[in-house]
Design a protein around this ligand. Sequence first.
Ligand SMILES: O=P(O)(O)OC[C@H]1O[C@](O)(CO)[C@@H](O)[C@@H]1O
Length: 550
Amino acid sequence: MNEATDKAIAKLRTTAGDAAPKSMRDAFADDPQRFDRFSARFEDVTLDYSKCAVSDAVMDGLYAVARAADVEGRRDAMFSGEKINTTEDRAVLHVALRNRSNRPIDVDGEDVMPEVNAVLDAMGQFAEAVRSGEITGATGKKITDIVNIGIGGSDLGPVMATIALKPYHDGPRAHFVSNVDGAHIADTLEGLDPATTLVIVASKTFTTVETMTNAHTARRWIAGALGEEAVIDHFAAVSTALDKVREFGMDEKRTFGFWDWVGGRYSVWSAIGLPVMIAVGRDDFGRFLDGAHAIDEHFRTAPMEENLPILLGLVGFYHREICDYGSRAVIPYDQRLSRFPAYLQQLDMESNGKGVDRDGETLDRHSGPVTWGEPGTNGQHAFFQLLHQGTDPVPVEFMVAARGHEPELDHQQRLLLANCLAQSEAFMRGRSLDEARRQLLDKGMGEDEANRIAPHRVFTGNRPSVTILYEELTPYALGRLIALYEHRVFTEAQIFGINAFDQWGVELGKELATGLLPVVEGKEDTQGHDSSTAGLVAIVRRMRGETASG
Ligand SMILES: O=P(O)(O)OC[C@H]1O[C@](O)(CO)[C@@H](O)[C@@H]1O
């Protein structure tokens, strides 16, 4: 572990004990400038962290931690193509995928930008040809539906972005299959016409069992309806493993590559974004990349005190390490961001859910928290109970647009905004016992009854939240929002001292999945497995009528 970071964190802990506001309600009452002091802006995005228990001294302590952990130096190393993913010996260059300035970025002495631009161009031509009907299915019919088959990073980003950009869809309908559960592909293909469907198989490795199993099911579906020779016209592939794509029998002209320096969870900007591009078109996909690039430039150049991803990262680190909050809730008051929390779960937890530092030493501090969430206002009618009154405070991250895409329903957007802002105010202010009692008495309740009920209606308040406010959820704004979170995760990882870019924990799942299959199939016995696993396998086989004792 880095000694300088340890020292800065120890100092911050003391500072926070002495100088963090004990009551945020009082802090707001005492300082009318609090919002101005603890919020930052980039273009039309406002990051408000004033409803967190920070003070100037705490923020200075956090900047000192970031400096000790060399966040800025490591950021520059990432942007310059250094192999900062040391356990896989890879550069980390999702930023090159949206490097709209075309500034050269070298990996092993070679500029990656020409290749990046060539794939983007090929994707654009293919996407537009599918959208216009120039590329058709085997029978000459226009493609009306695309089915993306992928999982993890080859699914979550495209699904999330496709849902988010619904107002911009003017291409074929996009569907997504990820789960190996046959129900997923069966339900998705039901009602689709093979003659007008294009299947995109998206897999960085082209070996992931879920994706390959679903790809073979889709292949049978196409071949069964249109004949084996039609398969080539109904499939496209996205992968870094071009040899494996060839083995599957895909057309090379419909194969779009990317590179080992793009992590799965950072790949929506690459050819993995093809379904998004087909749905919204090349130009809007370009605007999505532009938005991310704008945040990249801001992250690369803005001073820490004004740097939104760094500030979001510092607040996140503060909540995790100093305040000891084990999770954070991401609540978009934006229905079209309904899959953003799921997307962030992979981005955040696959990156920062680590137990050893970059040198392989066991961490003696926290790494990343649990990230979870659901859109508001729905969450308000479910888990907000715990957020307001539960015993474990959970910092909340709200995001909301000033304007929706439905001018005729603008009164609903105002209601949404009011809910979002009211919730963050309520988390901060709370309601004291006295206030609760007085409210009940004002409603005409008797004194004894008011005394009995009031404690149940107390809200401790002082519960932290961050609000990210933007004008409208455009492709550009979505690109910015995702990149903001990517660099937040990066910032936190540097302070935690971990490698955010490997994922050995989830890769274990890939090994385990196939290991037990022969046992479930009855081809191997349960010897060597624990009694729980053996017992459950035995029940499964009995229930499926696969053993005599069934
Ligand atoms: O794109 P692939 O190679 O099919 O992998 C899918 C996902 O699997 C993981 O490696 C582990 O689940 C993720 O990181 C990745 O996004």
